[in-house]
Design a protein around this ligand. Structure first.
Ligand SMILES: Nc1ncnc2c1ncn2[C@@H]1O[C@H](COP(=O)(O)OP(=O)(O)OP(=O)(O)O)[C@@H](O)[C@H]1O
Ligand SMILES: [Mg+2]
Length: 465
């Protein structure tokens, strides 16, 4: 169950979303911390600048008029803002209380150049344990004069934390709501993905168990999964069709084998039982047995050839083949029959014959096969022409006859095994010829006109120069 896509996919989605949510929250918090830190420093700096100006004005007035230290008590300010006010250096009002807590310079960090310019730093005031964030402003009576002290406004760092801690529960709520929503979304999304995959997986199980009659329900959309399921359905259909064809093939083969066997058995039985006594009839019976045995032998050879070709277990040789000589050889084999039946039998070769790197015996087998058919279907006094052509990187051998021609709707049929209108034929000639042509890298083309004749063409790829 845990290994199933249905669980793993939403879990992975959710984990990814949760991790990125946590990361985003952490980054947001960190940014907010930085922001409040900066804001606090700026605020402290402004306060320090204002205070130092106030004290400078009051000190000038005290010098001129002998006025008292200002009574805007530092404690009140501290109470109002939560900041602490300190003072380093010489007292602005000798002998009077200025309200600022004076601290020794040694209490400040080494690099806090408080007398030179406005600066910010962190420090722990004497008698305190908390760290303070501080901004200082030099104290001077006139702008370009030497400072005699510095005002320091400081805020405990814990106060800063108070600014962003309330953010955490809010972020947690937002994160929780987001996670629930993301969880639902990832569950829905992964269901959309896994549902068709599970259906495909079940169908694959069915096919693996040998049951090809599966129906794969269509998947909506045009994504990879719908493509996969479409192709899977087609594949299942094709497998079913192949299985059916194989079954048909086997049935036809056994039927075809049984016919001559039955004839042989009948004659042999009759001979054995002494039913045939006339020597002439005996001779006739034996020749029928011989003819049927030949037919059987040829049939078995053809079926084996076709089976090997279909399983791509056919070894084709590769030798230099002079096509002109080969075609002449094939042509010669039918010379006698042509003369006997007064068939106008011609050979055309286009001069210098092409030499191919191919399997000569197989090429001869194909051409002989086509010639056999041409002579079978051409009436006496008809015409058969064999021609060799070369061009466009291919070599063509045309077998043209003046037979009955082949109807349009049979042009594919005649290439199917055991399709034959010839009482003596097996219907394996053309299928074998076609598979052979393909095994040799070529093809067989057919042009035919009813009542005029047919042209079967073997096209082979020309050898690379
Ligand atoms: N040249 C042709 N003219 C007319 N019909 C043809 C021609 N060649 C083949 N056919 C038709 O195609 C069918 C199949 O041919 P194929 O060569 O496969 O088998 P076959 O000749 O009947 O038997 P086999 O070649 O196995 O002895 C033939 O029975 C015939 O009907
Ligand atoms: Mg044939």
């Amino acid at each position: 169950m845990l290994g199933s896509l249905r669980v793993r996919l939403p879990a992975l989605f959710l984990l990814g979303i949760l991790l990125s949510g946590l990361l985003a929250a952490a980054i947001a918090l960190r940014l907010f911390q930085g922001y409040t830190h900066e804001q606090s420093l700026e605020e402290l700096q402004r306060e320090a600048a204002g205070l130092s100006q106030l004290y400078a004005d009051a000190a000038l007035r005290a010098a001129d008029e002998g006025a008292a230290a200002p009574d805007f008590a530092a404690e009140k300010l501290e109470l109002a803002t939560g900041d602490r006010l300190f003072y380093v250096g010489v007292s602005v009002f000798p002998g009077q209380e200025s309200g600022l807590q004076r601290i020794p310079e040694a209490a400040l960090p080494d690099d806090a150049a408080v007398f030179d310019e406005p600066t910010t730093f962190e420090f722990v005031p004497p008698e305190e344990s908390r760290t303070y964030l501080a901004a200082s402003e030099p104290l001077r009576l006139e702008p370009e004069t030497e400072p005699f002290g510095a005002v320091i406004v400081a805020k405990p760092q814990t106060a800063l934390r108070d600014q962003w801690t309330p953010l955490i529960p809010r972020l947690a709520i937002a994160f929780g709501v987001g996670a629930v929503f993301a969880g639902l979304l990832s569950w829905w999304l992964s269901r959309r993905i896994t549902e068709p995959v599970l259906v495909l997986s079940r169908s694959a199980d069915q096919i693996a168990a040998g049951d090809y009659a599966v129906t794969v329900p269509p998947v909506r959309g045009s994504d990879e999964i719908s493509h996969l399921s479409e192709r899977f359905g087609e594949m299942a259909e094709r497998l079913a069709a192949t299985e059916e064809r194989e079954r048909q093939f086997l049935m036809t083969v056994s039927h075809e084998l049984r016919t001559p066997l039955t004839a042989i058995k009948g004659h042999v039985d009759a001979l054995q039982d002494g039913l045939v006594e006339d020597p002439e009839l005996m001779e006739e019976s034996l020749s029928v047995v011989a003819a049927e045995a030949n037919r059987l032998e040829r049939l078995v050879g053809d079926v084996l050839d076709l089976a090997k070709l279909r399983a791509h277990r056919f070894t084709v040789q590769s030798q230099e083949v002079d096509m002109e000589r080969l075609v002449e050889h094939a042509f010669g084999a039918f010379g006698d029959e042509a003369r006997r039946r007064a068939i106008d039998y011609r050979l055309t070769t286009a001069g210098s014959g092409p030499v191919l790197l191919t399997d000569g015996d197989r090429v001869l087998q194909v051409i002989t096969n086509l010639l056999q058919n041409a002579f079978r279907w051409t009436p006496d006094n008809g015409a058969v022409e064999l021609s060799l052509w070369q061009g466009n990187g291919a070599v063509r051998v045309d077998v043209v006859d003046s037979g009955p021609g082949i109807p349009d709707d049979e042009r594919e049929e005649i290439f199917r095994p055991f399709h034959s209108t010839d009482t003596k034929g097996t219907g394996l000639g053309l299928p074998i010829a076609r598979e052979l042509a393909v095994a040799l890298g070529g093809r067989i083309e057919l042009e035919s006109a009813l009542g005029e004749g047919s042209c079967f063409r073997l096209v082979l790829p020309g050898s690379p120069a």
